[in-house]
Design a protein around this ligand. Structure first.
Ligand SMILES: *Cc1c(COP(=O)(O)O)cnc(C)c1O
Length: 220
């Protein structure tokens, strides 16, 4: 598809170079992913393990895959050998499982901790207080085969852009406080993954380092 490749090129021209773009290819067939790949883009995100596994073998091996959707612990083993980043870590148990599977594969897997910032109850993620308590414990620091590279969050689905801005701002402030008090001198704790097709501009204004864009890239 001609359009698919041109959409991402248009988007990339608008983005500050420090913001990393994850092209969210969920529901898209391999042909469309290849069209984007052929523009030189390498970083793609999928939200379901089964779909990722189904498509992956039809696609070039140098794609950097990010898992961005809710992940069940019994599925970690299927992606541990190749996944570049798991952005949707929402429990300490899941983090432990990722560590075990990474160990079996002799890898270190980069993770983001998903924080619940939206008003909807349905969105996954840690509450900030809960996450602070977990990070104050010893358990997550025993995991030798994961790296906690930052936070991920999704805003409420609403037309109220002030609300979206406040939610992104709260994630940025939380990141900053963890950086100062918990991940002191940790050079890889640096990512704030926030912003999708409808709200990435606000997210970037509020300090996003990584945006996850699907429809703007893949739809005409
Ligand atoms: C689908 C999805 C996106 C991309 O959404 P668009 O609105 O299509 O850009 C980003 N993040 C997550 C977690 C998603 O599930």
């Amino acid at each position: 598809m001609q359009e698919t490749g041109s959409n991402i090129e248009w988007l990339k021209k608008k983005l500050p170079p420090v913001v990393k773009l994850v092209a969210v290819s969920k529901n898209m067939p391999p042909e469309d992913i290849i069209a984007v790949y052929n523009t030189g883009h390498r970083c793609f995100g999928e939200n379901r393990v089964q779909e990722l596994l189904r498509k992956k073998d039809f696609l070039p091996p140098d794609i950097e895959w990010h898992l961005i959707g809710h992940l069940q612990r019994n599925k970690v083993k299927y992606i541990a050998s190749f996944i570049s980043m798991i952005q949707s870590v929402d429990s300490l148990k899941l983090l432990g499982t990722i560590n075990e599977e990474a160990l079996k594969n002799d890898r270190v897997i980069d993770c983001l901790l998903q924080v619940h910032i939206a008003e909807e109850e349905t969105k996954f993620g840690f509450d900030m207080d809960e996450l602070k308590d977990i990070l104050a414990g010893e358990e997550p620091w025993k995991y030798s085969n994961i790296r906690i590279c930052g936070l991920m969050g999704m805003s409420t689905f609403t037309d109220n852009i002030e609300q979206v801005r406040q939610e992104f701002r709260s994630l940025f402030n939380f990141f900053t406080s963890l950086k100062k008090d918990v991940f002191v001198n940790c050079e890889y704790f640096k990512e704030i993954s926030m912003g999708m097709s409808g709200d990435y501009e606000i997210a970037i204004e509020e300090g996003s380092t990584m945006i996850r864009i699907g429809s703007l890239i893949f739809e005409e």
